[in-house]
Design a protein around this ligand. Structure first.
Ligand SMILES: Cc1ncc(COP(=O)(O)O)c(C=O)c1O
Length: 424
């Protein structure tokens, strides 16, 4: 018995050790964080827009530019082969990171926007026709509204919208009522950038599949905060941007099940995506190249691979627990300030905190915070229908990464108090 207790204690110790998260050590990896802005230490809370890049990713980019820079795939020479190996190596890393069955299911794109457009073009234009319906949700980023809307306009199809409650939670009964034999596609965000809500995407996918309908997940805001397993989710498409997960801009992925990607039209035509070209007919390359026309963002995608290597070196479970604690603490601190109202109070939330203050425009909040070195985002967050749903023009949004600290939350809260004082 004593022995069992000792073992239990030891395993508890291990769990606690695994959960300890040395935020100062992590911060040391991100050079940009260590600077003053307007005479104050930078407090970077705009990670939902773009997260910062660790030194290892910066170094990988420099190595590529200094030692490997060359065009990929078509070259027989040394540098081209090195660049190709690094680029295709990054694709393998992505495959492992999201647990795709095959690297050919991971298409390099400039970001989530391009990934969603690729699917709406390649799948939508081929398989959606007049009278069909596409379902999205009330909390989509414009990147997941406008491409579907353009497709509907072109084809005479109809866009249907899953509504949400006042907390920012999707109403699944209403979703059930929207699904029918006319539904041909579902595209929803995994995590809302404007509200932080984590959507019940497994249920959404399961219910769509009962109708044989494929589902695209916009993973731009989920990949930074949680492990992604596209096979376990059983999503048909999954798009995300590298610049929100510690990689350079211009990097990103749209995953698609191979059997769907195979049937789709290429997104763009050009070099690298063909098997043969004559003036009479072109035949397309195999996946993934069929979907990647022209010279891609080689350095950025290699940087994405390096960012995934970096993420694999940290305890992501502990990082997620740290982010959850930051969100809890920030919610508590801001809710305690008179006049502050949190927008987005779903039970399941990622570390995104949107708020408004009585009679103070979010742009004024953002500007005054910036004068104190605090970077947040103010505006409609490319989610104007969310603003309309909550009857507000805009919100201020603090979004946390695992390198943020409670001390930074304190600075945010006390500066918001000052903003209120200034306007009172
Ligand atoms: C939920 C969501 N989807 C899509 C996008 C578009 O990402 P990108 O501009 O990197 O293509 C964003 C960007 O903020 C987002 O938050």
């Amino acid at each position: 018995m004593k022995n069992e207790m000792a073992i239990a204690e030891k395993s508890l110790d291990n769990t606690v050790a695994a959960r300890e998260f040395d935020v100062e050590r992590i911060r040391a990896d991100f050079p940009v964080l260590h600077q003053s802005v307007n005479g104050q230490p930078l407090v970077y809370l705009d990670n939902g827009a773009s997260s910062q890049v660790p030194q290892i990713v910066i170094d990988r980019g420099s190595t590529y530019l200094e030692e490997e820079h060359s065009n990929i795939h078509r070259g027989v020479h040394y540098l081209s082969q090195k660049a190709t190996t690094a680029y295709e190596g990054a694709r393998e890393k992505v495959k492992r990171f999201i647990n795709a069955r095959d690297a050919k299911e991971c298409i390099f794109v400039r970001g989530a926007t391009e990934g969603i457009n690729l699917v709406m073009h390649g799948y939508g234009r081929k398989f959606i026709s007049a009278g069909d319906e596409i379902i999205i949700s009330a909390m989509e980023h414009h990147a997941n509204i406008v491409p579907g809307q353009m497709l509907c306009e072109e084809k005479g199809a109809r866009l249907r919208v899953i509504p949400m409650n006042d907390a920012g939670e999707l109403l699944l009964d209403a979703y059930d009522a929207l699904l029918n034999e006319r539904t041909k596609f579902v595209a929803v965000t995994h995590v809302s950038n404007a509200l932080g809500s984590i959507n019940p995407v497994r249920e959404i996918i399961e219910r769509a599949h009962k109708y044989g309908v494929p589902v695209l997940l916009d993973g731009a805001q989920s990949v930074p905060h949680m492990p992604i397993d596209v096979q376990a989710l059983d999503c048909d498409f999954f798009a995300f941007s590298g610049h929100k997960i510690y990689a350079p801009t211009g990097s990103g992925i749209v995953y698609g099940k191979a059997e769907l990607l195979e049937t789709m039209n290429p997104f763009q035509g050009g070099g690298d995506m063909i098997k043969s070209v004559t003036f009479e007919k072109t035949t397309y390359a195999d996946l993934p190249h069929k979907m990647e026309a022209g010279t891609p963002a080689i350095a950025s995608q290699i940087g994405l691979g390096a960012a995934l290597d970096y993420l694999n070196t940290i305890d992501r479970e502990a990082a997620a627990a740290h982010e959850a604690e930051l969100l809890r603490y920030a919610t508590e601190r801001l809710s305690a300030i008179e006049g502050v109202r949190i927008i987005g109070t779903a039970r399941e939330k990622a570390s995104v905190l949107s708020f408004v203050i009585d009679d103070i425009h979010p742009h004024d909040i953002g500007t005054i915070l910036d004068q104190q070195g605090i970077a947040i985002r103010a505006g409609h967050h490319c989610a104007q229908p969310v603003m309309q749903r909550f009857n507000i023009p805009a919100t201020a949004r603090a979004s946390f990464a695992f390198y943020n600290t409670k001390a930074e939350v304190d600075v945010l809260a006390s500066t918001i108090e000052k903003v209120i004082e200034i306007f009172s």
